[in-house]
Design a protein around this ligand. Structure first.
Ligand SMILES: *Cc1c(COP(=O)(O)O)cnc(C)c1O
Length: 365
């Protein structure tokens, strides 16, 4: 029996399936080879803080009880570190959950959402799912953020401006001057969602105190962060957002899944957040490797975009999909990009030195 075509909303029927990385068990079942390097989802190859794992083990027997729907202890802990009250912080089932919750809270059909390209899929598809129109401004040829184009678009007061910095998948972080230029062009009618999923990997010299800069202005904004990348907790699904207004957090609490952050996730995220030593150590190992892999890719003739994150975006001079597929046959997972005009690009996560070598030794294919 076929599903009646009218049942699914047209905005949803038209969306592509999310281009997710391949889970390890699925990879083995499908390719029949051992995975040598899983470099397709920007996970931390060093894993989470051991304190987080230990806390999960200890709390496991307590999962019969519902967690605190408000995740108050975790929001207080994060809020204290960032200098904002818990009422300005929302937790989500990953920060992707918060992106969806924000869009559901503010977007009406026909609204305008401005973003950049290449872009993080959900910034676009989450908006399309609400019936919004998405305007994408591409990076310049030398990988500078399209600040002028964004500012021009802001004149028509779109409902939302959303992009990530460091950018997934391209890698660069926006300059302080570019960020300020955007803040100057914004009005409080536009919600600025600044996705900082990779902020921990940015070198101190180019680190932007985005929350500080935003808090100085009379604007409407959210800064999104996650435990999935530098904190190594992707499987647990925890992210958070700092918002300009407690009332925005109130609205998000209504549009997200009430118990989205489960008991084990909340407790482990708190431990991971406190373990700054583990964070610093894995970030420094990854950024060191990032420089080495970028250099090796360039030497092999692939043009690589500058990266302030834990991955590299490079031109593979053929379909990125085909390139990634050939590497999978050899046990290495990377992500071929599926967005025009970047179909000849692929994104590789920085793994352990052994994983990175497994990747580098197998290219060009
Ligand atoms: C990975 C990522 C996220 C967050 O993912 P979650 O696992 O849902 O927290 C958000 N934004 C960008 C740009 C990302 O790359």
């Amino acid at each position: 029996m076929t599903l009646p075509a009218a049942l699914i909303r047209p905005e949803i029927a038209g969306l592509p399936t999310y281009n997710a990385g391949l889970a390890l068990d699925r990879f083995k079942a499908r390719y029949g080879v051992e995975c040598l390097a899983k470099l397709d989802s920007n996970e931390n190859p060093h894993g989470p803080s051991p304190y987080a794992v230990c806390a999960i083990e200890q709390a496991a027997a307590g999962v019969g009880a519902y967690p605190d729907a408000a995740s108050l202890a975790l929001r207080q802990q994060i809020g204290e570190a960032l200098g904002h009250g818990a009422d300005r912080i929302a937790m989500g089932n990953g920060s992707e959950d918060l992106i969806g919750a924000i869009f559901r809270a503010v977007l009406r059909s026909g609204d305008e959402v401005v973003t950049i390209s290449p872009s993080f899929g959900l910034h676009e598809f989450g908006a399309l799912a609400q019936g919004a129109r998405v305007i994408k401004h591409p990076f310049s040829a030398d990988w500078r953020f399209p600040v002028e184009d964004i500012c021009r678009s802001l004149r028509s007061k779109p409902r939302v401006l959303i992009f990530s910095s460091p950018s997934n998948p391209a890698g660069p972080a926006i300059s302080a001057a570019g960020f300020t230029q955007i803040l100057n062009a914004l009005t409080s009618d536009t919600l600025f969602v600044f996705d900082e999923a990779y902020v921990e990997f940015t070198a101190d010299a180019e680190k932007l105190d985005a929350i500080g800069l935003l808090a100085d202005r009379d604007l409407t904004w959210a800064s999104l962060r996650t435990f999935s990348k530098a904190y190594g907790l992707a499987g647990l699904r925890v992210g958070y957002g700092v918002f300009s207004h407690a009332a925005m957090v109130g609205a998000i609490m209504k549009t997200r899944n009430p118990f989205g952050v489960n008991a084990l996730a909340a407790i482990a995220a708190g431990k991971a957040f406190a373990d700054t030593r583990h964070l610093r150590r894995s970030v420094s190992q990854i950024t060191e490797e990032r420089a080495r892999v970028a250099e090796a890719l360039s030497t092999k003739g692939f043009e690589v975009a500058p990266s302030s994150a834990n991955f590299l975006f490079f031109n593979c001079h053929e379909s990125g999909q085909a390139f990634a597929e050939k590497l999978r046959d050899k046990g290495v997972l990377i992500k071929g990009w599926l967005e025009e005009p970047f179909l000849n690009y692929a994104r590789v996560t920085i793994g352990t030195p052994a994983e990175n070598n497994a990747f580098l030794q197998r290219i060009p294919i």
